[in-house]
Design a protein around this ligand. Structure first.
Ligand SMILES: Nc1nc2c(ncn2[C@@H]2O[C@H](COP(=O)(O)OP(=O)(O)OP(=O)(O)O)[C@@H](O)[C@H]2O)c(=O)[nH]1
Ligand SMILES: [Mg+2]
Length: 248
């Protein structure tokens, strides 16, 4: 079935899997990561699309994403102007057409996670699978400060918002129809959108399971950890107000 997509391309058929990748200032690794991921997804033998959701890059990320979409019929792009991870992820999910959505990061593109998560979703063992880097069987090779930041953040989310789990910022795979309502209800953007999505899913009784992942980034993050803190705290306060006080 042909469908209009709201982005700059119209896939001829509805894909089974949508891989959503927010991208910001990734000119160094974007082409290589997407071509490798594309080959890996082709080898799975299932129909798919790769949605690159870029916003606000100051380098050639947008031009390279455009080139990728012209080189591969399965690659689509969504662009907007303000650098904002949460907005990009949300727009990517909302533009996705697949039965399953996989939320990726360009420096990870972890096909092993895709395979394990799809196996669980195919068997209807969960509605949402989180790839956790803080799971006891995970292997996290990020520097100490970032591993510590993950632990502190998870502690705050547990105490303040009743999060049950070990990671909200990990890779995710879910059945699109089961999560659309949750996405609609989310109120924060930037870094905290991914956390809100998981915490709300748990609150709405979406079946969420965690599986361990091996983290080996292809490059350090494009935005320094400490620069992200003020926005995380502001959005955390907003989320606590909306969820705990307004009960929304
Ligand atoms: N569109 C968009 N993408 C972003 C932005 N910030 C980060 N990304 C993308 O989000 C993905 C993860 O970003 P990283 O910089 O690796 O952040 P990270 O600290 O490893 O992420 P976590 O450990 O999951 O918190 C990459 O694909 C980035 O390009 C942004 O402002 N806009
Ligand atoms: Mg990273």
């Amino acid at each position: 079935m042909a469908r209009k997509t709201g982005s700059n391309q119209t896939p001829e058929t509805t894909p089974e899997i949508s891989v959503v990748i927010p991208c910001y200032n990734e000119e160094a690794i974007l082409w290589g990561a997407v071509t490798e991921l594309h080959a890996g997804l082709l080898a799975l033998g299932r129909s798919f699309e790769i949605l690159i959701s870029e916003n606000g890059s100051k380098d050639d990320t947008r031009a390279i994403a455009g080139k990728l979409s012209r080189a591969f019929p399965e690659v689509r792009t969504v662009f907007s102007d303000e650098p904002n991870y949460g907005k990009a992820l949300r727009r990517g999910i909302e533009s996705a057409l697949g039965k399953y959505v996989i939320c990726e990061e360009i420096d990870l593109c972890d096909l092993d996670f895709h395979k394990r998560a799809l196996k669980i979703l195919d068997a209807d063992g969960a509605d949402m699978v989180i790839g956790s880097k803080a799971h006891r069987e995970a292997h996290d090779e990020r520097p100490m400060t970032r591993r510590a930041a993950t632990m502190v953040m998870n502690g705050l989310l547990r105490v303040l918002l009743g999060f049950r789990g070990t990671d909200t910022h990990g890779l995710k795979a879910f059945r699109r129809d089961r999560l659309l309502h949750t996405v609609e209800k989310c109120v924060v953007d930037r870094d905290l959108f991914a956390s809100e999505l998981v915490i709300r899913a748990q609150r709405y009784d979406v079946r969420v399971v965690e599986i361990p992942i091996q983290i080996q980034e292809k490059r350090p993050p494009s935005i320094h950890l400490f620069k992200r803190v003020p926005n995380v705290l502001k959005n955390l306060a907003k989320l606590v107000y909306v969820v705990r006080i307004r009960n929304r």
